[in-house]
Ligand binder design. Structure first.
Ligand code: CP
Ligand code: NVA
Length: 325
């Protein structure tokens, strides 16, 4: 795919007349499409870093609906949309009628009639599903209680940049069977790697998803076996947004689930460490690991920008192989 604004805008017009395509989980794209998307993100990153201008989304708008806090997601989407020539608007549930109980269906119809694409960060995954059902434009899941697919686009891109294809490798997720864990499980299937998961008893990932993705995922109740020889180690906070009152209980349940230097030593010598951030040092990860030589967390965070620019382009304009000329 080129960086021609004219060609991109012609394709955007074709795409706008089709049923909108949504990105609610990694399963909404085929493995081939995801591979293309990552390649495009790497290409867009280089292009941007060479100070080249590509503004195919001029006069277009992104609505960013936030029911939860964010640093990376907000900054990367807002900056990304700006870099592509478009505009973004931050819609907090505190200030919109969504926060005062206006039905999702009504909000989706109205918001989508005025913008070109919508991004939502909220609690229940059913909320983004319902929004997408009633939206006339593409909807992106920017984190729900169940999934965080945008983060995995950046994570897969970061692995490719550091180590090449992740196909056939082993990754280990240490910690809570939460939204990040579920998206790592989807990634294992879509990018063809094996995922070991080490979670304390009672904090395992969704059982149905485990069953469905069983060929790509193995569950452990201790870290040592799960990280043995692994090519990538990742973790996440012990208490996610919305679980703040469980923090103290969770600190006790997760105390043996910190990724520290001893854990990293059991992984492959070439293993890299990832964390979606924000991180709690000396809880789920030691300071030595997150700030150490195997950690790629800062590039991983920056890659949210590049991966989501490729996603915005894919949903509004199209992926290289999925559009007629
Ligand atoms: N990783 C991530 O989504 O970060 P924010 O919560 O800061 O957006
Ligand atoms: N599991 C975390 C991820 C934050 C990006 C949360 O939902 O709070």
């Amino acid at each position: 795919m080129s960086f021609s604004n004219e060609e991109a805008r012609k394709k955007a017009k074709i795409q706008a007349n089709k049923e909108p395509r949504h990105f609610l989980t990694l399963m909404d794209f085929t493995p081939e499409e995801l591979t293309q998307l990552i390649a495009r993100a790497i290409e867009m990153k280089k292009h941007w870093k060479s100070f080249e201008v590509y503004e195919p989304l001029r006069n277009m708008s992104l609505a960013m609906v936030f029911d939860k806090s964010s640093t990376r997601t907000r900054v990367s989407f807002e900056s990304g949309m700006n870099q592509l020539g478009g505009h973004s608007m931050f819609l907090s549930s505190r200030d919109t009628q969504l926060g005062r109980g206006e039905p999702i269906e009504d909000s989706a119809r109205v918001i989508s009639s005025m913008v070109d694409i919508v991004m939502i960060r909220t609690f229940g995954h059913d909320i983004v599903e319902k929004f997408a059902e009633y939206s006339s434009v593409p909807v992106i899941n920017a984190l729900t209680d169940d999934y965080h697919p945008c983060q995995l686009l950046a994570d897969m891109m970061t692995y490719v940049e550091h180590r090449g294809s992740i196909s056939g490798k082993t990754a280990t997720y240490v910690g809570d069977g939460n939204n990040m864990c579920h998206s790592w499980m989807n990634a294992a299937r879509q990018f063809n790697f094996h995922l070991n998961i080490a979670s304390p008893k009672g904090y395992e990932p969704n059982a149905e998803l485990l069953e469905e993705l069983g060929d790509n995922v193995t569950l452990f109740n201790n870290i040592d076996d799960a990280v043995d020889g692994s090519n990538l180690i990742t973790t996440d906070v012990w208490a996610s947004m919305g679980q703040e009152e469980e923090q103290k209980t969770r600190e006790k349940s997760f105390k043996d689930f910190m990724v520290n230097s001893a854990v990293m030593a059991k992984a492959d010598d070439n293993a890299i460490f990832m964390h979606c951030l924000p991180a709690h040092r000396e809880e789920e990860v030691s300071t030595a690991v997150i700030d150490g030589p195997q950690s790629v967390v800062w590039e991983e965070a920056e890659n949210r920008l590049h991966a989501q620019k490729a996603l915005l382009e894919a949903l509004i304009i199209g992926l290289p192989n999925t559009l007629e000329a």
